[in-house]
Design a protein around this ligand. Structure first.
Ligand code: FE
Ligand code: FE
Ligand code: ZN
Length: 301
């Protein structure tokens, strides 16, 4: 156990460089955690996993004392377990999630972040029962795997389910294999859903009335472009949004979640330049730099 900040970011998984490429980007950013999609987040095209590449990547993680629990996989957004209006699409989501769990298991990692889904026109309670039915099938069909699904807290954009801790709790209550379920807190989503992040300990006390903190497998550390309760889901760079640097810094260093990996999903500067190395450095320095991205912003013009 270390008291070092557990911090990293989303990194791109390219079929050529695979997991090793993800780990190399992480090390360049001076991060000790990472999250990736096994392909494009918006589609289901997936390349064969190169096992030799995985061995090399994991050797690198070990050399740098990065625990495998700091490596998070995110399921693609096109998986929607909440809407069953079109049975075929729902079944497709189930099959794809099973394959995704198998991929995470092949990598040898433990956490797969999942958006619970959008009910579209079915209503919240039907949506929740659809999610429960789907998860029970997926977890039964992958029962020999050690992979946990981390249900992400959502902003409540459109008909998203998981915008309240109560909704996540209802899903959890319906799942049979509870040992395979965890939670991913997204600070932008929580803010946009209406939760006050400025006193994170107060939020954690509230959260604990539903779930033990040990179920939190990952935190998405993001600032937000919008006010609390906006239900927008637009991420902002650390310290440049409505949450602000001090609030996010306190979350990153909160003693109760010290060992939980914090993953940045903040936007690229001018859509071109990765902000992560600088944001991570700033979180280590514990001092907000309002001119952090001046250079990148100028480059465009
Ligand atoms: Fe997400
Ligand atoms: Fe997120
Ligand atoms: Zn988001």
């Amino acid at each position: 156990m270390t008291s070092e900040l557990q911090i990293g970011s989303h990194v791109n998984y390219e079929s050529k460089t695979g997991l090793l490429g993800c780990v190399e980007t992480t090390l360049q950013n001076r991060a000790n955690a990472l999250m990736f999609y096994t392909g494009a987040p918006q589609n289901t095209r997936r390349s064969q996993i190169n096992l030799e590449n995985v061995v090399q990547a994991k050797k690198k993680l070990e050399q740098h004392q990065i625990p495998f629990s700091n490596v998070i996989v995110h399921a693609p957004y096109i998986i929607n377990l909440a809407n069953r209006k079109e049975e075929e699409k729902w079944q497709f989501s189930i099959r794809f999630l099973e394959e995704e769990i198998n991929r995470v298991s092949t990598f040898g990692f433990s956490y797969l972040v999942l958006h619970p889904g959008s009910h579209v026109q079915e209503g919240v309670s039907k949506g929740i029962s659809n999610i429960i039915a789907a998860l029970n099938e997926v977890l039964e069909n992958t029962k020999e795997k050690k992979v946990k699904i981390l249900l992400e807290t959502m902003a409540g954009k459109g008909t998203e389910i998981g915008k309240t801790i109560e909704e996540l709790k209802q899903i959890y209550e319906g799942v049979k294999r509870k040992e395979r379920i965890g939670i991913c807190l997204d600070t932008c989503h929580l803010n946009d859903a209406g939760y006050d992040m400025t006193s994170f300990d107060t939020f954690l006390d509230f959260f604990e009335t539903y779930f033990p903190l040990s179920l939190i497998g990952c935190i998405h550390l993001n600032d937000s472009k919008n006010e609390r309760g906006s239900h927008k889901d637009r991420h902002e760079n650390i310290g440049f949004g409505t949450l602000g640097f001090d609030t996010l810094l306190k979350i990153a260093y909160n003693k109760r979640l010290e060992q939980v990996p914090k993953i940045l999903e903040t936007p690229y500067i001018n859509r071109l330049y990765s902000p992560y190395q600088k944001e991570i450095a700033m979180l280590h320095e514990k001092k907000f730099c309002p001119t952090l991205f001046e250079e990148e912003k100028k480059k465009q013009k």
